[in-house]
Write a protein that binds this ligand. Structure first.
Ligand SMILES: Nc1nc2c(ncn2[C@@H]2O[C@H](COP(=O)(O)OP(=O)(O)OP(=O)(O)O)[C@@H](O)[C@H]2O)c(=O)[nH]1
Ligand SMILES: [Mg+2]
Length: 211
């Protein structure tokens, strides 16, 4: 990896990143509800957003090939803090509590919104948001708000349709077409955590944001 003069060869770093599953050694750092307690703002950070129960934490586990990494649940509202995960020394994933969960108190929702506003507006390492949507109920009002939120802070977003195992192939194709049309040809990635599908594509897409 080092040239003889001690300089890192960037082409070789990129090749290594592409050849291995870079997410395989991902570990939990901490969960926070206070911007001051967030890990140091360096490297490249990717935030996992979406409605409660969309499958964000399950997707994180599939990327890392580790079912025990992030807690998942049938009951919406499983993730309650902003959870930071270290992928490598340079890359972090941030698993957010889901939006659209009615049982969270109004005060908690308000605090979370303020925190996310601060996070999106100040976090220098934030490279992109991955927005997860259940393929059966995509682009709900909250998802559109999330996309507008990303646009407001000039944070690029990656759209992911989850739970493709719940639909047949023709319904999947129809859904993709419909959403891509609504998003002005913005490409979507289709995944199934149950069948472990679509995560190589998602992994590649995330890495495109790392220069
Ligand atoms: N069939 C199927 N179920 C899935 C898939 N992904 C997630 N689930 C299930 O959906 C439920 C919610 O998954 P989570 O990963 O906890 O969802 P989340 O978006 O992190 O939810 P919050 O933490 O509440 O915001 C769990 O019961 C998962 O097993 C999928 O691709 N296929
Ligand atoms: Mg979760």
């Amino acid at each position: 990896m080092l040239f003889r003069n001690g300089i890192i060869n960037p082409t070789e770093v990129q090749t290594n990143i592409k050849m291995q599953n870079i997410f395989k050694d991902t570990v939990f750092i901490k969960g926070v509800l206070d911007i001051k307690k967030m890990p140091i703002d360096d490297g490249f950070e990717f935030v996992l957003a979406g409605r409660s129960n969309a499958g964000k934490s399950s997707a994180l586990n599939c990327l890392a090939k580790n079912k025990k990494l992030a807690r998942t649940s049938k009951t919406p509202g499983r993730t309650t803090e902003i959870n930071f995960f270290k992928v490598t020394d340079e890359i972090k994933l941030v698993d957010l509590p889901g939006y659209g969960f009615s049982k969270i108190s109004t005060d908690k929702k308000k605090n979370l919104n303020i925190l996310l506003d601060k996070y999106f507006s100040t976090r220098k390492s934030l490279r992109a948001a991955v927005i997860f949507m259940d393929i059966r109920h995509p682009l709900r009002e909250n998802d559109v708000q999330m996309i507008e939120f990303c646009n407001k802070y000039s944070v690029p977003f990656i759209s992911v349709l989850t739970k493709s195992d719940k639909l047949n192939n023709s319904a999947i194709s129809k859904s993709i077409k419909d959403i891509e049309r609504k998003l002005n040809s913005h490409n979507v990635i289709v995944t199934s955590s149950k069948n472990d599908e679509g995560f190589d594509k998602l992994s590649k897409k995330i890495l495109e944001f790392i220069e």
